[in-house]
Design a protein around this ligand. Structure first.
Ligand SMILES: NC(=O)c1ccc[n+]([C@@H]2O[C@H](COP(=O)([O-])OP(=O)(O)OC[C@H]3O[C@@H](n4cnc5c(N)ncnc54)[C@H](O)[C@@H]3O)[C@@H](O)[C@H]2O)c1
Length: 349
């Protein structure tokens, strides 16, 4: 079989760069399309350094229909992994149009171009933020959707668009139907074990782990723990954290599934990618202190509106249908984050 070619949108970003490493190491050809709005080309230089292999890179916005059409004509990929998107919940509340335009319209352009090029295999970066209120803290794919901010709604809208595309192909019994995996990530953290690539947030990090790491290295002075009066064992919020390398391996498993019997007649299926267990904020802080020997300066602050007490994945569907399970543990996530942070205290600059 000839080498499969994967076009990776957003491939210079945090998760995308880790996906490029795993794809190249597994023997795929890789084409990255990224406008570098939230990343640096250095990440791709490092991907090539880690793997000793080359990839093609186009600095292009996925909303540029003509440019994307040319890239598809030139590269003829077999599959697309679609990471390109804006991801900051707070910013999405301040600039909703930016989020809908970039994420929803960007995906519309992408799938139009894919349709025209007859490339109909897609792995999409969705998010646990698509889920609505639930009586159980452990979320399964069939739970009701009900995102509560523009970022989450942009992901939910994209999921709807992709489900509709697949349903239309099914109804029209088309020859080459859409095969789509919607991967709902929980909380990706950690970095490649080389320490060469990792999360390089612009400004103040939005997520807990990079925040803790920047406090540990002295870039930030104090961590705020929002709420210690939740109905959890230590009172702080519980989330499902997943090592970014485990997460991207789920994408390779999804490509295998799209090529297999399960998707033979076309389908659009959602899968949770999470560890299936949660850790509290204070457990994360203490794990960081234990693994790195650093003391984390933190203070307890009031709860934030909209935060849940506890949220973690039921990953059984991904175990069964993608043959995927997390392999790394909390200490790996912390040690790899710290390795990346200490080797690159200022990120990629
Ligand atoms: N990191 C998380 O916690 C998390 C959780 C759930 C889902 N996701 C989703 O996973 C995907 C990747 O996240 P990440 O953490 O790697 O983010 P990231 O910001 O590091 O990577 C996204 C990449 O997409 C690029 N991009 C954005 N808009 C683009 C456009 N219009 N055209 C071309 N390139 C564009 C950015 O420059 C960046 O390199 C995103 O879609 C995000 O919503 C992330």
């Amino acid at each position: 079989m000839t080498k499969q070619k994967v076009l990776v949108t957003g491939g210079a970003g945090y998760i995308g760069s880790h996906a490029c490493v795993e794809l190249l190491e597994a023997g795929f050809e890789v084409v990255v399309v990224d406008n570098l709005s939230n990343s640096k080309p250095e990440s791709l230089a490092r991907v090539q350094k880690i793997t000793g292999k080359t990839l093609s890179f186009y600095q292009t916005d996925i909303r540029d229909h003509a440019a994307l059409t040319d890239i598809f004509a030139k590269e003829a990929p077999d599959t697309v992994i679609h990471f390109a998107g804006l991801k900051a919940v707070g910013e999405s509340c301040e600039q909703p149009l930016l989020y809908y335009h970039n994420n929803v319209y960007g995906t519309l352009v992408l799938v139009e171009v894919m349709t025209a090029a007859n490339v109909k295999q897609l792995v999409f970066s969705s998010s646990a933020t698509v889920y609505g209120e639930s009586s159980s803290p452990q979320y399964s794919e069939h739970f009701p959707l009900g995102a509560i901010n523009p970022y989450g709604r942009s992901k939910a809208m994209i999921e709807d668009i992709l489900r509709d595309l697949s349903a239309a192909d099914h109804k029209n019994q088309v020859q080459n139907p859409w095969k789509i995996a919607l991967l709902r990530y929980f909380n990706p953290i950690g970095a490649h074990s080389s320490g060469l690539i990792g999360e390089d947030p612009n400004g103040i990090p939005n997520n807990l782990m990079p925040y803790i790491a920047q406090v540990a290295i002295g870039k930030l002075s104090q961590l705020s723990v929002f709420g210690d009066d939740y109905p959890t064992p230590d009172g702080t919020g519980i989330r499902d954290y997943i090592h970014v390398v485990d997460l991207v391996k789920g994408h390779l498993k999804a490509i295998t599934a799209l090529n297999g019997d399960k998707f033979k007649d076309g389908a659009c299926n959602a899968y949770n990618l999470g560890a299936g267990r949660g850790y509290s904020v204070l457990e994360m802080v203490h794990a960081f202190e234990r693994v790195t020997g650093k003391t984390i300066n933190y203070k307890i602050s009031p709860r934030r509106a909209g935060d849940l007490a506890e949220c973690f994945a039921n990953p059984e569907l991904a175990w069964q249908e993608l043959d995927w399970k997390v392999e790394k543990n909390l200490d790996d996530m912390v040690a790899d984050t710290w390795h990346w942070q200490t080797l690159n205290p200022m990120g990629y600059v």
